[in-house]
Structure formats: C-alpha cells, structure tokens
Ligand binder design. Structure first.
Ligand SMILES: Nc1ncnc2c1ncn2[C@@H]1O[C@H](COP(=O)(O)OP(=O)(O)OP(=O)(O)O)[C@@H](O)[C@H]1O
Ligand SMILES: [Mg+2]
Length: 496
C-alpha cells in the first residue's frame, strides 16, 4: 500500500568539492518499521541523514515524504514533516534541566512559549511516560549518563510528533544493559507507528533490532530487504564487496613472554590484577563498565598509574608513573574517547599520523618530509582510510576513518606494547578485519597486544586469550573456544 511508505528516496547524489559522498542512493522507509542503514565507513550514511533532515541540499535525485516531493527542505521543514534526528552528540543543552530540555524543543514546533514551570514539567513527564524513561526532571543534563542524555533527546524528538526518528550510531557509548533499554524504547515507538532508522556498525545489535535494512557502498545503493534475508556472509559481502573471514584467531602457543603484570592494584579501580601476554597473543581485556577494564589500560599508559604491583616488558621490570614513562618504554595507547583525546581535528591526516613519532623524521634540524608522507600513505593504504590523500583535515573524515587515523598514529611509533581501548568502536566490518589482521601480524612479530573491549563477538573472533574483569578483579582468563553466552555470564557474574 502506497500510504505505508513514509519516505522514498530516488537516485540521491551529493558531492563535496570533488568527493562524491552520495552517488545514487535509493531508500524506502515504511511506517512503524525499524530500518537499519548499513555500510562501510565513509560510504555516506551520515551525509544521507543530513540530506533527509534538510541540513544538506541534494545535488540530484528525489526525496518523497508521505507522497510529496520535498527536495527543498530546510531543517525546520523537516521537523514539521515529522523527521527527527539524534546525532551522536545529542545536541542537548547541558546547563538546562531535563524538563527544560524536553519541553523547549516543543516550542519550536508549536511556536508557543512555555514559560510556566508547571507546564514544562507536564510536557516532560508526558514524553518520558511515552518512552518509559524515569529521569528526575529537575536534574541538569550535564549530570546525566550518556544513556540518559540520549533518552532526553528521544523524548524531545517525540513530543514534536515525530513520524520518523533517525539514530546515528546510538549505541557506541552505551553499556550492554543500556542498549537493551534503548531497544525497548525503540520497539515502543514502532508500536506507535513511528518509523525508526538506525545506523550501527555492530552486526549482532542490528540482528537484534532491525526489521529491514538498506546497504550502501561508496555512496551508492547496493541492496535492501528484510533482515532474515541477510545471513552474516551476505551482509558483510554487500557492505564490503568481498568475503570477510569469520575464522577465529588461533596462534601457536609460544613460551616467549612479552608482557606481564603481577598483583597490579589501584584502590577504587582494580585489585591484584595479574596476566601475561606471550608472543603471538592478542589479549582481550573485558568486563562491564566499572569492572576496571578501562582503568587498567589507563594505568599501563600512566594516565592514572597503579599504586602497587609489578609490570614486566620483554623480561625487564618497568615503572610507569606517568605518560612520559609509558612512551619512554614504547607503550602505545589508543584511547576510548578518540575525538577528544586522540586527534587534532583541524590538522591533516599526515600531521596527525606523525604527531607522536615526529622525532623519527628529524635529520639534524631538517625534517624528512618524503619519509613522513611515505609512512602516512602506507597506513592509509594498509588500514584503508577513505580519503583522496594525506592532506585533508581529520575533521572532514567520517567517524570510522578518523578512528583509523588514531590507530595509524600509534602504529607509527613502533610500540613494543600496544593497548587499544575500544579500537573498533564505530569502525565498519571490513576495516575491523583489516585492523585485526594488522594486530595479529604485530603479535606474531613479538609486539604485545592488548585489546580492551566489550564487543564479545569481536573479542571471541580476534583475541586468543580473554581476561574477564569483574568488580576490579580478574574473574577469569579464558581462551576463545568459549561460547558467547558463557563469556557474557562470566562478565555479569551469573552463576553457571
Ligand atoms: N562537509 C564535508 N566536506 C567534505 N567531505 C565530506 C563532508 N561530509 C562528508 N564528507 C565525505 O563524504 C563521505 C561520506 O561521509 P559520511 O560521514 O556520510 O560517512 P559515513 O557513512 O557516515 O561513515 P562512518 O560510518 O565512518 O560514520 C566521506 O568520504 C567524507 O569524508
Ligand atoms: Mg557517520
């Protein structure tokens, strides 16, 4: 039935300078469906969302909303047509309260001014009841967790009579429980007939929530259909244009110890943590938020050093009291919050890639520019950064491609121990497998690799040894023959 279709896109094209971000996209969104928009980093997902929501004007193609051609929308027009987008930064006002944040957005739509405190509360309470959120309306937004900020953003969206809600990578900063909660809310919206489109790089989450999906590659439409028509092999093939190995990493056991910690403790964070990394090991470090998994990474890089215990690298005991110590010992660290900690957004890919290894390129007082370019080009090629050259500012890259630059930067320092916290958050399946192939190669060469993550399928495929943290302690060390369910039980501390 024609009126079941809320949005229809035909042959959408959009370029930035010489870059064809969108190069022929078709998309159909039906009322009350949960639609996943999938594709590799830089394939144009976020750009397409901006086109649908009136932020970008398209160069070519047709945007049909409820049977009307709507090519010339601005963002307010899009809101009036019931289109609401929740970007990764949520665009909420940190200094206002929960209630104010929710109610204020309604003013835009209804062109009324809510000055009355009671009215603001009533509107906010109604919106929260609709999604089943229970958040204190008088708390300032800046005090909320990421998950609750997102709930407020969703509440804001639905009081504007949203018919179509778009979530761009909504789960990147959420814990497993928070993701469950988000899916409950999304299903409730679906029940009300609201269409929801989600961009997400985690395949297992897509299988949990999506009814249908559309896949893009290099800015163009590849395929679309109900989720049950896509097994994992087809899914990844459509996204990447090639077959991605699903094989588990099983290196030969080696006696050669690269790295070891003994009874590492930091009060309030972790206690008596011991584990070792042998040659060839890609070690996974996992646990729920608050289990101490991230804190161990930060301690080993000297951000918040451990207070007691021993650290051995290549047979020698080392002391790490600060970041300078870690760098001196050739420890590399890819932080979790890459956009604030990892990159100079306005500098070029090249500047960022050589930022931490610039010393290598000095010959006397002269910089060896050719060597710098060669190294950067090599990483761009090997990790597959989607960019015409090493010159563009990192700000112009898509999210996943920016993450690849962070990884390049640390690889370029020739680390002896490489710690990656959430290395592939926001990275597409193809690039994930490329990054993991590089990590394996490094492990085989005798570089210690520690991957901190809560992405269980990824850990099971790529780490041959997994340290499970719970309440600041090592709860178990397992190999990757364990089932995902078992691993998840270990994380949660559920009895067998
Ligand atoms: N304002 C802009 N100026 C120049 N290039 C841009 C701009 N916005 C996007 N691009 C380019 O358009 C392409 C598509 O980017 P987009 O952000 O839509 O990708 P994406 O599919 O959302 O990727 P990711 O999964 O990494 O978030 C990329 O090559 C990107 O560098
Ligand atoms: Mg994006």
């Amino acid at each position: 039935m024609a009126d079941e279709v809320f949005l229809k896109l035909k042959g959408i094209k959009k370029s930035f300078g010489g870059v064809h971000a969108l190069n022929g996209v078709d998309l159909e969104i039906r009322r009350g469906e949960i639609h996943c928009l999938a594709g590799e980093n830089g394939c144009g997902k976020s750009t397409l969302i901006k086109a649908i929501s009136g932020v970008h004007r398209v160069d070519e193609g047709e945007i049909w909303i409820e049977g009307k051609l709507c090519n010339k929308m601005n963002p307010i027009d899009a809101i009036n047509k019931g289109i609401q987008v929740i970007y990764q930064d949520f665009a909420v006002f940190p200094n206002l309260t929960v209630a104010e944040n929710i109610a204020l957005n309604g003013e835009v739509k209804n062109k009324t001014k809510l000055v009355n405190w009671k009215e603001i509360h009533r509107v906010a309470a109604e919106a929260m009841a609709q999604v089943g959120a229970e958040i204190d309306p008088d708390v300032k937004l800046e005090q909320l967790s990421v998950a609750n900020k997102q709930m407020v953003a969703i509440c804001r969206a639905i009081i504007n009579d949203a018919k179509f809600l778009i979530l761009d990578e909504p789960t990147t900063a959420l814990t497993a429980r928070e993701v469950e909660k988000l899916w409950t809310v999304v299903r409730a919206l679906k029940e009300k007939g609201i269409a929801v489109m989600i961009v997400n790089h985690k395949l297992d989450e897509i299988y949990q929530i999506a009814d249908r999906l559309t896949i893009l590659r290099n800015g163009a439409y590849v395929s679309s259909g109900p989720i049950h028509e896509y097994d994992q092999a087809r899914f990844t093939r459509d996204m990447t244009g090639r077959d991605i190995s699903q094989e588990k990493y099983l290196p030969k056991a080696s006696e050669e110890e690269i790295f070891r910690v003994e009874n590492l403790s930091l009060p309030g964070a972790f206690k008596d943590v011991s584990f070792s990394v042998h040659k060839g090991d890609v070690l996974g470090l996992t646990g729920l938020l608050g289990s101490g998994r991230g804190e161990i990474g930060e301690a080993l890089f000297g951000i918040e050093p451990a207070q007691s215990g021993h650290i051995y690298l290549n047979g020698q005991e080392i002391t790490i009291k600060n970041v300078a110590d870690a760098i001196h010992n050739k420890i590399g660290y890819v932080p979790e919050d890459r956009l604030t900690e990892g990159l100079f957004m306005d500098r070029s890919i090249l500047d960022n890639t050589i930022a931490t290894s610039i010393r290598k390129y000095f010959h006397g007082i002269k910089l060896d520019k050719a060597a710098m370019e060669e190294a950067t080009d090599r990483w761009i090629r090997e990790i597959g950064v989607v960019t015409p050259s090493s010159k563009p500012a990192v700000r112009t890259l898509s999210g996943g491609n920016a993450q690849k630059v962070v990884i390049s930067k640390w690889l370029n320092t020739d680390p002896k121990l490489f710690i990656l916290n959430g290395p592939t958050v926001g990275v597409d399946v193809g690039a994930k497998s490329e990054i993991h192939a590089i990590l394996r190669e490094l492990a085989q060469k005798g570089i210690g690799i520690i991957v901190i993550s809560d992405d269980l399928p990824e850990l099971l495929q790529n780490c041959n040894k997994i340290v499970v943290m719970r309440d600041g302690r090592v709860a178990a060390v397992v190999d990757n023959s364990i089932e995902q369910k078992e691993l998840s039980d270990l994380l949660m501390g559920r009895a067998e």
